[in-house]
Structure formats: structure tokens, C-alpha cells
Design a protein around this ligand. Structure first.
Ligand code: ADP
Length: 471
């Protein structure tokens, strides 16, 4: 079985968020169970290819918006694997991307429409040797339509994975024409563009042979209006055709120099170090952290910010690492300057993978109070580093955290319920039970092994469904 994974990012070459982690680690696990897998992403100027053996493998001519563009295909290996990563270079469309995850700007929808067309040209240039194209989120929403147009029934099967349904890639309707799709060719596109724009998530969902979400709970949630918004009208009809597979993490990306035997001593040292480097008061205080995109619609910023004064009053410390809209960066920065909180709050407005690891290692508790969370990796990474997650009972958080066992779970999305869970963490802090929970958390296995087997089975199922539909 030969599979091509198409996505907007792949860690460690390009990592803007959890999607990059997933695309960088799933292929590794699939390769180990015998799937022949390639990954294709845009080659942004920000791509980290230093130290990798990379070479140009071919040129593609990509028709787009009435012109023909040269796209250079570079090849490298995903570190520590034999997986080919194909990087598509074009100075007009890809050089400025890769800085901002989920910006959802019009220029991005144009960039990814071009990307989809280029991916299809690549598949054609490979003599259609792929059995399945695994598309990910709105960035890849037109691939199935374009394959259908270019190859008809001979096209490979397609699986579309929803990592976050609420980022949809809505662009001007001319993008469809730019990609080479004409009115009358696809009913769903005609219907979609009748209001003047195209929704690339909607197109990916409805055109692909099969759809999955990144956790079983999220697969159930996205058919409801609460989580699926207006797209729930579409997903509802697909009930039974959308499955959920929990993401895993690649532990080799998260170095750790302690284990379940010596975590107390080592985490204490990390805490003292980070208190020092972040200018926090030194001492044995419970440390609560928040490492995240500062996305006010998703990440629970509104309920989180309300509990911080109480948290500090109870003797805790609070550390933030994240970036987002200026307004929210400022709101958090103001906390650190509040005279009542000064010395016990550290706000770090940046994206820094190494600092993230230091914070995970030093923290006792990790907030993941997301309003919705398709899967979430932060809680899994936190557990690996012995930081107990405090999570809202949704999506992948529900599927990975057990209240009172390896973290804390609250049901209602309010600052009151978040505070109740935080208060339980305070009561637990320093007790024997705390150590037991940390050991449970550190021992929980979120590696890709199990989920990769599920993906392999799903690939097989989708390929045979596609074959059957040809007869
Ligand atoms: P999402 O994909 O919604 O951003 P996830 O929980 O799935 O959230 O994954 C987030 C990933 O990005 C984790 O690996 C986390 O450590 C990392 N991350 C988020 N913000 C930062 C930051 N400011 N600096 C470093 N790493 C970050």
C-alpha cells in the first residue's frame, strides 16, 4: 500500500501547531508497520532544513489562474526514517507562508488552492502510483475534486482528516476557476459558490471517499451544532461515515531526563531554574502553566484569565507561553504587571520549542481549558513531563484524561468550574496521592503505535470502498 499524506506543515521541518506534530510523527509509526508513505507540504522560506540531506528531484508545470507556474519539487527524509518528504517550492505562492497557523487570510486560501493543484500535478507525474491520498484539513480541500477531474475513476482513494472543523479556509469563488474547475463539473461546488465564496473545509469533507476526526469524541461532536456550527448540517448527514482516531505523540520529539523514580528531585530542580530565568519568586510553590496558541475562540482564555488572581492568592505561580491576537497578548502581559500578582506570574509571548520543554518539565499542573479541542497534544505532552493536566471535558481531552487518575476534568465551561478543578489541584499538591497521579500520568502511553494500526486499517477500508464504487 502506497500512501501520500498532503498537509500544510510537518514537524520538525515546519511546525506551527499540533497538526505539524501529527504529520511529523504518524508516518514514522506507519512506516514501522509496513505502509509505504510519502509526505507532501509547501516549501516555505521558514522551513527548517539545516542539517537535512535535501535535493531537487524535479520540476512541475502547474496551471493556475490562466498561467503556468514552475514548482520545484525538493526531496528529503523525515528525520530518523525512510519516509520521503516532498517540499514544493514556488516563490510567488509559498515563500511567505508558514509563519502563522490558522490565519485563514484570503492569501492563504489562494496559496493552498495552488498547493492542491500542485499536489495533483505531482501525483500525475508519479504515474498515479499512490493507492490513497490522505488529505488534512481545509488546506487540502480541493484535492479530491481535482483528482476526479484529472484522472476520473483511475484516481487514488482519498481520506480527509478533520483536525479542526472551525478553521475552514473560506476564499473567493474565483479560486475554484483558478484551480481549473469549471461550473457544472461538481454539484457541491456550484452550490457552495452560489453565495460568492468557496469553503475549502466543506469541499474536503464532502468530496473525499471517507472522513475521520482526530479523536473519537470529536468525531461525535462535529455532527452537533454546538461543535460543528453550520457545517453540522453537512456532517450530520455523514454520521456513520466519520470515524475518530486519537492522535498519538512522538516521544523522541520530547526529550526528558527524568523518570518515575526521580521525578520529584528533577522537577524541583527544573522549577528552581525556571523561577530564576523567568524572574519568579523562588520556592516550593505549585506551578501552573499554559502553553498554547492564544486563540480566544478555542483555547479557553476567557475562563482561564479569571482564575489567575485566585490562583496566586492561594500561593500558586502561573506561567504562559504562547502567541496570538495582540489584544490577548496584552491582557496576559497586564497580569504580570499587576502589583498583586507580580513575581508569581510569567508571561512569555513567543513560540519557543525549547522553552516549552523547560516549562513542561518544571510544571506541576498544566491548564488545557479549551472550549473545544479536537484532540490536543498539550495534555499528553504535559503528562509525559509529569505536569498534571486540568482539562475541559471535550474532544480529545475527554479521551485522554481521567479525572483524579492522571489529571483533572471539569464539565461545564465556566471559570467557576475551572477554579473548582484548580482548587482540587491545590489540595492534592505535595501529597502522596499527588506523586501517585504523576506516576500514572508519566506511565500513560500515548505513542502512535495503536493509532497507526487504526490508520492502516482505515486506509485499507477506504481503498476497498473506493474500488467497490468503481464497479
Ligand atoms: P493546536 O494544534 O490547537 O495548536 P495542540 O495541543 O494539538 O494544539 O498542539 C500544540 C503543539 O504546539 C504542542 O506541541 C505544543 O507544545 C506546541 N506549542 C504551542 N504553543 C507553543 C509555543 N508558544 N511555543 C512552543 N511550542 C508551542
Amino acid at each position: 500500500m502506497k500512501v501520500l499524506i498532503a498537509a500544510s506543515e510537518v514537524a520538525p521541518i515546519v511546525k506551527l501547531g499540533g497538526l505539524g506534530d501529527v504529520i511529523g510523527s504518524l508516518p514514522k509509526a506507519l512506516e514501522k508497520i509496513g505502509v509505504n508513505i510519502d509526505v507532501i507540504v509547501p516549501y516555505y522560506d521558514t522551513a527548517k532544513v539545516q542539517g537535512l540531506a535535501i535535493y531537487k528531484s524535479m520540476d512541475l508545470e502547474v496551471p493556475f489562474a490562466g498561467e503556468s507556474y514552475r514548482v520545484e519539487v525538493f526531496k528529503t527524509k523525515l528525520p530518523e526514517t525512510n519516509v520521503d518528504v516532498l517540499l514544493l517550492r514556488n516563490s510567488k505562492y509559498f515563500s511567505t507562508g508558514g509563519k502563522d497557523a490558522f490565519a485563514n487570510k484570503p492569501t492563504e486560501t489562494e496559496m493552498f488552492t495552488f498547493f492542491d493543484r500542485a499536489v495533483v500535478e505531482y501525483i500525475k507525474s508519479e504515474f498515479n502510483t499512490y493507492d490513497l491520498i490522505h488529505c488534512n484539513d481545509w488546506h487540502t480541500g480541493l484535492i479530491t475534486h481535482l483528482l476526479e477531474n484529472e484522472m476520473g475513476p483511475e484516481r487514488p482513494a482519498t481520506l480527509f482528516t478533520v483536525h479542526n472543523l472551525l478553521y475552514q479556509g473560506i476564499g473567493g469563488k474565483q479560486l475554484v476557476k483558478d484551480a481549473g474547475i469549471l461550473p457544472g463539473e461538481h454539484k457541491l461546488i456550484d452550490w457552495d459558490v452560489s453565495d460568492g465564496d468557496v469553503n475549502l473545509m466543506l469541499q474536503g469533507l464532502t468530496s473525499s471517499d471517507y472522513v475521520n476526526a482526530v479523536s473519537p469524541t470529536y468525531a461525535r461532536e462535529i455532527v452537533t451544532f454546538e461543535f460543528g456550527s453550520f457545517l453540522s448540517d453537512v456532517t450530520k448527514d455523514m454520521e456513520g461515515k466519520i470515524t475518530g482516531i486519537l492522535n498519538g505523540i512522538d516521544y523522541s520529539q520530547f526529550p526528558r531526563d527524568f523518570d518515575t523514580k526521580n521525578f520529584q528531585k528533577k522537577k524541583h530542580e527544573y522549577k528552581l531554574n525556571i523561577q530564576n530565568s523567568l524572574g519568579l519568586e523562588k520556592g516550593e510553590k505549585p506551578m501552573f502553566s499554559f502553553i498554547s496558541r492564544l486563540d480566544p475562540n478555542q483555547k479557553g482564555l476567557d475562563i482561564l484569565i479569571k482564575v489567575i488572581p485566585e490562583l496566586v492568592k492561594h500561593g500558586g505561580q502561573f506561567v504562559v507561553l504562547g502567541t496570538g491576537p495582540k489584544e490577548w497578548e496584552q491582557k496576559f502581559t497586564d497580569l504580570a504587571n499587576d502589583p498583586l500578582l507580580k513575581g508569581n506570574v510569567s508571561i512569555n509571548i513567543k513560540f519557543d520549542v525549547n522553552l516549552a520543554i523547560e516549562i513542561y518539565s518544571a510544571s506541576d499542573f498544566l491548564f488545557v481549558p479549551s472550549r473545544y479541542e479536537p484532540c490536543g497534544l498539550i495534555q499528553m505532552i504535559g503528562m509525559w513531563y509529569g505536569a498534571l493536566p486540568i482539562v475541559h471535558n471535550v474532544g480529545g481531552l475527554k479521551d485522554s484524561v481521567e479525572d483524579g487518575v492522571n489529571g483533572f476534568v471539569f464539565n461545564e465551561y465556566t471559570s467557576g468550574r475551572l477554579w473548582d478543578a484548580t482548587h482540587k489541584a491545590f489540595q492534592l499538591y505535595g501529597t502522596r496521592n499527588h506523586s501517585n497521579m504523576v506516576v500514572f500520568a508519566m506511565e500513560k502511553d500515548f505513542s502512535w503505535v495503536k493509532s497507526a494500526v487504526k490508520y492502516k486499517e482505515l486506509y485499507e477500508k477506504v481503498i476497498s470502498l473506493h474500488e467497490e464504487s468503481q464497479f
